[in-house]
Structure formats: C-alpha cells, structure tokens
Ligand binder design. Structure first.
Ligand SMILES: *Cc1c(COP(=O)(O)O)cnc(C)c1O
Length: 429
C-alpha cells in the first residue's frame, strides 16, 4: 500500500483504544506509523527516529529488537507457536513458572496461573480470591476493597475495582461489590461488619500509574499487609506496571519487605514483546482448590501460557541476569532524579515532578506557574510537540509520563529530557 492508501485504510477501518475517534479520523490528523524499533528507539514509516519515552505504554524493558529475545521467539517458533494448556503442558511454561517463583526470595508464591494481559491477570486474581472463600466455607466473604484513582484494567471485573471516574464511572454499578477507600486511614475506618464480608483488597503497590503516577506514602504497603492479616483479608498486588524492574527492584513489594497472597504480572513480563500475564499465589490459596473436582478453578483462556510468550519471558529474565539490568539501573534512577530536579527548576511550566524508581510523572502548569485548565489538553499538546524533538510519550491529563525502557543510556536519557524541555517551553508560553 502507498502512504496515502495506508492512511485511507487506517481511517476507514480502525477503532483505537482510549481514543475519541472523530479527532483521530479528522483530515488534519496524520497518525505516526511505526515501522521498526531498535533499543530504546522507534522508527516511523518516514524514517524518523523517536525515543520510546513511555516504553510503549509501560511494556518494554530491555529495548526493541533485542537479539536474545528475538532469537528465543524464533527458536520456539521453529518448535511450535501454540498448543493448548488445557490437559497438556510444555517446556517454556514449565521453565517460566519455576523462574518466576524463584524471583521472590524463599519462593513464597510458587503457584503460577497464566493468562494474556494485565486485565485478565486481575480478573483471575479476583475470581481466585472469591472462590477461595467459598471453598473455605465462608461464601459471605464476597466483597472487595480497592483504592480511589486505581487502575486495574478494562474487563468488567477489573473495572469494578477501578477508581478513575472517566474510565470506570460508566460501568461502576455493573460489576463486583467493591468498597472504594482513599488511603490507609479510610481502610481502617471500615466497619467491622464490612470487614467480615471482604474477600480481598487490591492495590497497585508504591505508585498508581493511570492515576497520573501518584505515589503512596512510604510504609503504607506494609501497613495494609498488617491490616489484611488482622482482618483475614487476602492481599492482591497489581504489579502489571511496577513489575520487572520498573521501581528499581524486580517487584515493587520487595521495597517494603512484605509478600502478597496473590500477585498479578503482565506488561513487562515478556520484555514487552508479546501478550502474556501471570497470577502468582501461595500454597494456602492453591490448596483450597484441591479435593472435589468441583473445587477446581474453572477459568482460563484459549492462549493461556502461549509458548512464544513464555519463551520471550524466559529470554527477558535471562537478559536481566546477563546484562545485570537491575544493578545497572540504580545509577540511571539517580541520574533521572537529578534530571527531573533540573527540569523543574528550569521550567516555571512544571508544577511538580514525582519519581518511583525509573518511573516519572511531570505535572505541568501555566507559564506563570498557576494551574492549567484540563479542557485545554495541554499535556496532549506537549506530547505532540515532543514528537518533533524525537520523543514519544503520552500524558495522563496534564501529567507527562517518562518511563523509558530500562536499557536506555544516560546520554539517551538526556536526549529525552531535552526533548521534553523544548516541547514544554514551546507549548506553554
Ligand atoms: C496496564 C495496567 C493494567 C491492565 O493491563 P492490560 O494489559 O492493559 O490489560 C492493570 N493494572 C495496571 C496497574 C496497569 O498499569
């Protein structure tokens, strides 16, 4: 297809996620067509190069087109692309479950249930928790606790535990019974009668991504864990964004010395190459599903534990070891914090910056430092301007997200910060 034909076909047939499609299809809008990637860079159909400033929506870990991950997928492809996980098993999934469990000291979450993406990992965790209590003879424990501003995915169950009105409000009355709390204090204020009806609490540890990179207070996760123990409520951690090194450790909960009952992993699990997710749990939860056949977890998907995805995930964990990804990340995290401080002091158009490991949120303001008007979509305009300076990222309203692949070099990080500075100064006058 010629460039004109591609554009016409795109606008005739696509329906994009999280996108007002009239603006997308407007004659004035020419979408970028991504053709290839290399390390932290993406290249479009015109040959322009961009830093992947949000790791292709928080998925990419070791860079694009990584030889180790490419080869692992190719090798698996020569064996078999897919075979069912219902009544059969395969080597990549056997090896991956073992390796995932071994990522946590002492392997306290040895049971791995595979699915396809973040939402399905959450869906699986919620149903696992609900059925666990039924099997314990406590079916009244059928309600959930989730946090304001939370994002756990778009399927209906995940939507019920979401707390972002713009995404979840429309469907909020159509799902699971959920108590939404603001913080540890409001959690502790829940009446005793409510606590007795709870199956689980679900939280994004350390940082809420889609809320605009909102940081939780230090120590809160450990307090929640104690509260769960005291009230016999299962703790589900959504590490779909924070998992696989993003916060500086393999998993965010490892910063607070706790272990959840159920852990949801997706996005970075394959290094950002293929859709795959895993819900990990402990032996106590797992054992409840044994015994009578009707106790079994009758849940799963056609592509559960897809061998290509598992091969990519194994290769990504291998790269973590070979390239000492986490060791090398520590100085980059420090460098990013200097960069953000410099950016903030150079631009009155920045109200605040936040950082959790290698994840940064940059709150924009007007040129005089006052608050922006959300309908002006300033965040989106800044990200558009950043493209001309070779940086791709997306805002959450007027917060710019910067979370490049972990493989990015310090020079490339400078490039990203410079592009962002130019875009901000140009856009907000
Ligand atoms: C992205 C995300 C999800 C949903 O994952 P999908 O793969 O998009 O379904 C869930 N929780 C968190 C914290 C996320 O960032």
């Amino acid at each position: 297809m010629s460039p004109q034909q591609l554009l016409a076909s795109e606008k005739r047939h696509q329906w994009h996620p999280f996108t007002p499609m009239d603006g997308w299809n407007d004659a004035s809008h020419t979408p970028i067509i991504i053709d290839r990637g290399e390390g932290p860079y993406l290249f479009d159909s015109e040959g322009n190069r961009y830093l992947d400033g949000n790791s292709s929506i928080w998925t990419n870990v070791h860079g694009h087109n990584h030889p180790t991950i490419n080869q692992a997928i190719r090798d698996q492809l020569e064996q078999v692309a897919h075979s069912s996980f219902l009544g059969l098993t395969h080597r990549p999934a056997i090896e991956l479950a073992k390796k995932l469990a071994a990522q946590i000291e002492g392997s306290p979450l040895p049971r791995v249930f595979f699915s396809d993406d973040g939402s399905t990992a959450i869906e699986c965790a919620l149903k696992m928790a609900l059925q666990f209590w039924q099997l314990q003879g406590l079916p009244e424990r059928s309600e959930l606790v989730a946090f304001d501003h939370a994002y756990h995915g778009d399927t209906l169950g995940a939507n019920s535990v979401g707390g972002l009105d713009s995404f979840h409000g429309r469907f909020s009355k159509m799902g699971l019974k959920t108590h939404h709390v603001a913080d540890i204090a409001t959690l502790r204020d829940l009446p005793r009668s409510t606590c007795k009806k709870l199956a689980a609490i679900v939280i994004e540890p350390l940082i809420q991504g889609a809320a605009g990179m909102r940081l939780w207070p230090k120590g809160m996760l450990a307090q929640i864990c104690d509260w769960c123990d005291a009230n016999s409520v299962l703790l589900i951690l959504d590490e779909v964004m924070t998992g696989f090194g993003r916060t500086g450790k393999m998993f965010a909960f490892q910063h607070e010395g706790i272990v959840p009952d159920i852990l949801c992993l997706a996005k970075g699990i394959t290094g950002g190459y293929l859709p795959l997710a895993a819900t990990l749990t402990n032996e106590t939860v797992f054992k409840a599903f044994l015994g009578a056949p009707e106790n079994a977890f009758y849940h799963g998907h056609s592509y559960t534990a897809n061998p290509l995805g598992c091969a990519a995930a194994l290769a990504s964990l291998q790269v973590f070891e070979e390239e000492k990804t986490l060791e090398n990340l520590a100085p980059k995290i420090e460098y990013l914090s200097y960069g953000l401080a410099a950016l903030e002091s150079a631009c009155p158009q920045i109200a605040a910056t936040r950082q959790c490991g290698f994840i940064a949120g940059i709150d924009l303001a007007k040129a005089d430092g006052s608050s922006l008007d959300p309908p002006d979509l300033t965040g989106a305009h800044v990200c558009e301007a950043a493209r001309a300076h070779g940086l791709l990222t997306r805002p959450v309203r007027d917060t710019i997200v910067l979370m490049p692949p972990l493989c990015i070099s310090l020079d490339q990080l400078d490039e990203a910060l410079l592009a962002l500075t130019k875009a901000i100064v140009e856009t907000i006058r």
